[in-house]
Design a protein around this ligand. Structure first.
Ligand code: NDP
Length: 273
């Protein structure tokens, strides 16, 4: 019998996940069906219960339900706990296993697809929301020389840095403290780009040979990427590779086989212009 999976969000029409997982299933010869479910506001648990009752084996979760999924799960990975958000679930009888693959997907895209090792690098992470939080444990495990979290709401960046002090060199600050020191990687994990806004980051954060990475995808040259380009940054990337890699992690977790992401990334990449 065909195993069933789905992504749940609201709105969900824009989601690339059904296409990505269909391509993965085809490439790996896995017999799965993967659909998109528009979860009614406030009805997350009801919608997931119904999907499980109909034989669902696992789900991806996107906005606005990542926190609901955290509450729904019976077991959460360490990185999901730190992120406070869940983007994948696996159903095993009464157990609901939950994880967050956004951070590992981002790390893999940067190290594997873009060929930029994190070890020994100075990394600046803009934002302290779900995506930024999900990235912290995987990034610290990759041993950067330094990880600075800058956020508009200063306390969130400081709280996160304090929670992670034992894991490596990590500090939290506001944007006004930036500008005195260049970084080898600057990652925009704010949601500013979704509204065409620029986080108040000074152009002096970009070191020569810096990678500027925009987590949002399909938006072309966002104000953040434009700032980096105008500052002379050669390596610009958006989050399409992260999207494909987090999907591959979930697929591997569910099916025990990790698909190659190259064809998916090629198909979904839009020019940064
Ligand atoms: P959240 O809503 O959880 O967090 C938003 C963050 O952005 C907060 O830190 C907030 O600061 C900050 N922020 C919002 N507007 C501004 C602004 N104008 N200036 C400065 N900071 C701002 O969002 P997510 O973490 O879920 O998503 C962040 C980004 O990551 C989005 O662009 C999303 O599309 C992308 N993403 C990409 C994925 C992929 O697969 N490529 C997967 C998941 C997310 P404050 O705390 O002060 O409010």
């Amino acid at each position: 019998m065909t195993d069933r999976y789905a992504v749940i969000g609201n709105p969900i029409g824009h989601s690339k996940s059904p296409l990505i997982h269909a391509l993965f299933a085809q490439a790996t010869g896995q017999d799965i069906e993967y659909t998109a479910i528009e979860g009614p506001p406030g009805q997350f648990a009801h919608a997931v219960d119904a999907f499980r009752a109909s034989g669902g084996r696992g789900m991806n979760i996107t906005a606005p339900f990542k926190l609901d999924a955290f509450g729904y799960a019976t077991e959460r990975s360490e990185r999901a706990q730190l992120a406070g958000a869940v983007n994948a679930m696996k159903f095993e009888g009464e157990r609901v296993l939950a994880d967050n693959f956004d951070g590992v997907g981002l790390l893999r895209d940067i190290t594997h697809n873009l060929g930029c090792p994190v070890k020994g690098k100075r990394v600046l992470l803009l934002g302290a929301g779900g995506a930024a939080r999900g990235a912290l444990l995987p990034f610290l495990a990759a041993q950067p020389a330094q990880l600075v979290i800058a956020n508009r709401t200063l306390e969130k960046a400081q709280d996160l840095a304090a929670q992670l002090a034992a894991q490596g060199s990590v500090t939290g600050c506001g944007y006004q403290s930036l500008g005195h020191q260049p970084f080898d990687m600057v990652l925009n994990a704010t949601s500013a780009s979704l509204r065409g806004e620029l986080p108040p980051v000074p152009a002096s954060v970009f070191a020569p040979d810096c990678l500027a990475y925009e987590l949002a995808y399909g938006k072309g040259l966002t104000p953040f990427l434009r700032l980096a380009q105008n500052a002379g940054v050669q390596q610009l990337a958006d989050g399409v590779g992260m999207l494909a890699e987090q999907a591959a992690e979930a697929f591997a977790w569910w099916r025990g086989v990790r698909p190659d992401t190259r064809a998916v990334i090629e198909q979904l990449t839009l020019p940064l212009a």
